[in-house]
Design a binder for this molecule. Structure first.
Ligand code: ATP
Ligand code: MG
Length: 283
């Protein structure tokens, strides 16, 4: 049994549960207790505050966890980062009062910076040879400059609207964060095996996310040109149609190149183009 710590409530909760569900780690509906065994996978989910997840995994209270990279880096040591998960994106940035004239990081020398991420901030300042005073507070960091508690802040930014309403401007970004899968460093053989299976499944979900399955009908004469446009996983599948001289071509394409590829295929005289989402993909 693998115990996975996830955020019980908050910004990461829903997408974490969605990802696990797509990977076949489903929860019985109804009751929400602290610890719930999954229905059809040898795992149980432990619901925690995000701040507590890195430590719980490092200490072996949980075997694995899903948490923001910002929290993982802040609670240094112990757990091991396994995989970035592509959701819960945000950045940790330095912001200063709007009216300040800002040119380089040296502005921060001798200044007082309020933050809930003292470890990440102190690493960043050290790397950039800036000597500033770090003032750790646990919430409402953005009001610190306004009430004279600090000269600047270091905090999570996503849209920037919180900064704006507090008359602050973002001047440097120290970290681009997203949700990450972390694990305890010394799992036993059985847990290691279950974690590997989970990673395999998450990979399959992620690989499928930016791919589409495409089917189309084409005159046989343009097939070579179609093969140039549609690589497929190995090569496209070609099935003859009942109508002489025509084939059905199946392939997998990148979502990013979707419109470009469709345009080229239409120009070749293909018909009946069908594009369908792929749920999982195992390479
Ligand atoms: P908890 O009660 O679990 O301690 P919290 O209030 O500390 O929750 P949330 O606001 O739910 O945390 O954010 C959880 C994580 O979501 C953050 O640590 C960060 O990694 C990520 N995140 C993504 N976008 C944002 C955002 N706009 N603001 C804050 N966090 C964000
Ligand atoms: Mg928290």
């Amino acid at each position: 049994m693998l115990r996975i710590a996830i955020q019980g409530k908050g910004r990461l909760n829903e997408e974490t549960l969605n990802l696990l569900q797509e990977a076949g780690v489903r929860l019985p509906s109804a009751k929400r207790t602290l610890l719930i065994p999954a229905k059809d996978f040898p795992a149980e989910l432990l619901f925690l505050r995000d701040d507590d997840i890195p430590q719980a995994v490092a200490d072996g209270v949980a075997d694995a966890g899903i948490v923001g990279e910002n929290e993982f880096l802040e609670k240094q040591g112990g757990a091991e980062m396994i995989k970035r998960l592509g959701f819960g994106k945000c950045r940790l940035s330095l912001a200063i009062p709007k009216e300040e004239d800002y040119k380089t990081l040296s502005w921060f020398n001798g200044k007082k910076i309020a933050t809930s991420y003292p470890v990440v901030l102190s690493d960043f300042l050290k790397k950039n040879a800036i000597k500033a005073e770090i003032h750790t507070i646990s919430g409402s960091v953005e009001i610190a400059p306004g009430i004279g508690l600090a000269d600047a802040i270091f905090d999570i930014v996503s849209s920037g609207s919180t900064l704006m309403s507090n008359h602050l401007k973002e001047v440097e970004t120290a970290l681009h964060s997203e949700a990450v899968l972390i694990a305890n460093k010394s799992l036993n053989g059985e847990k290691e095996r279950i974690l590997k299976e989970l990673i395999f499944r998450v990979d399959a979900v992620q690989t499928a996310e930016d791919k589409k399955y495409i089917l189309l009908n084409a005159p046989n004469s343009v097939l070579p040109e179609i093969f140039n446009i549609l690589p497929g996983m190995r090569s496209p599948t070609v099935v003859p149609l009942a109508q002489e001289g025509w084939s059905s071509v199946h392939s997998v394409i990148d979502e990013k190149r979707f419109w470009e590829i469709i345009g080229k295929l239409k120009n070749l005289g293909t018909e009946g183009i069908l594009v369908v989402p792929i749920e999982k993909m195992i390479l």
